[in-house]
Structures are given as structure tokens and as C-alpha cells.
Write a protein that binds this ligand. Sequence first.
Ligand SMILES: O=C(O)CCC(=O)C(=O)O
Length: 241
Amino acid sequence: MNTSTRDRLDAFRARGFFVVPAFLDAEGRAELRRACDAALLRTRALSQETGHSTPRISLFTDGMVCFQDDPRALELIAALVGSPRVCELLSGLARPEEGDTPRLKDAHYYHEQTGRDWDGDWHRDSQLGQPDPEIERAVVATTTAVHFRVALEDDDRLEIVPGSHARWDTLEELRIRRGADRATPDMPNAVRVALRAGDACVFHAWSIHRATYLREPPRRTLDALYAFGRPTLRRWAPPGT
Ligand SMILES: O=C(O)CCC(=O)C(=O)O
């Protein structure tokens, strides 16, 4: 294992994320941006909301619509998110019992807003569609899901609570992310993940995180979500019970 791989794994275990500077060069970035922009432009033309006031468009689940004019753009994006280069970054991140094969769930393109600025809610992805916090707690304790993203413009919108992927919430965190003030700027210990155009970032989807959404500057970040093992939908119980 080379030093950069070890550093990445150590950072992921301790903080739940790492950044790979200059993952794409200017040419690779321009090519990918053309492909993703084609989807965004088409989506914006077809909708007043998606691609305008949403954080992101979905590239695979809406792919038939947004790549209708440009199927090669979809091929380029699919080739990147399934590439050995990306899979290598994901290797070693899952729990041993989950295996080392990532399952691609979807790819999204995060974009600037066209109407108004707004603040996103603090969350763990594990809570989405999961009303029972104790079932969610079991999912967090037993499974791994990760985002791989590459910024095609400078992007400092994402904030993460380092280390939160590896533990359950404090009372304050739980109050914020499942309470009435989910978009507060006052999440304890949160840090901002600043990417330069071309940088990649991998972060644990169960980390406590959020982003804020602005009209300026342009935001163009490709993000793919991967899961490893399958969740066991049992309520969490303290070890030994
Ligand atoms: O970068 C962002 O806009 C936040 C992403 C996010 O919250 C998510 O994908 O769950």
C-alpha cells in the first residue's frame, strides 16, 4: 500500500472524508463538464424547478430525458463513475463483512441556483426515508455508503462534522438534524470542504453533513453514490443485549 493510499484510508477512518487534489486535469474537466452541462441545460429547459431550485439533477434515473440529445455524454459520465481509478479510491473503505465491491446507486450533478439562495438541512443520508432513529442507528452501525465527487468549478458548499460517520449523534446533533431547526448555521464542530476545480472528494454518506445553495458562483460538481453491504433493518440495541 503506498503512502497516499494509507493517508486516504487513515483520513477516511478518522474524519469520514478525504480530498484528492487535481484528480482531473483541465482537459478531463472540460470534457466532463460539457457532458454534465448538456444534461443540466436540457433539464432546465424542460422544468421550472428541477435544475433551478433543486440542489442537483439526477443523471442516471432521469438519464433518458436529460441525455436524449446526447447519449455519448451519458457514456462518458458512466465510464468515469465506473472506472478503475474511482473504484481504487473506494477500495478499503467498507467494513470487512461488507466486501470491497461498491454498488453504484446514482450519479448527480450539483448546480448553482437560478432563483434564490437557501441553506440545506443537516442530515445523514441514512435518515432519508427512515423515520425510526433506532433503525437508522443500526444502519449507521453496520453499513457503509460513500459519495465520490469531482468539482468542475471551485466548490466550497459542503460542510461535514468530521468523525460523525463512526459514531451516533450527540444530543445536540440529533436535536438539530431531526428537529425543527435543521438548517441552522450552528452545528458544533462542522468543517467546510473546499474543493478547487478538478479536485475529488470521497465522504461517508452517513456523516452528518449539509450544503448551502447559492446563485453565485457557478456550482458544477459531479457526485456518485455507492453502497457496500445491504442494511439489516433491525432496531439498534447496545452491544451484548
Ligand atoms: O454537496 C451538497 O450539496 C450536499 C450533498 C448532500 O447533502 C447529499 O448528497 O446528501
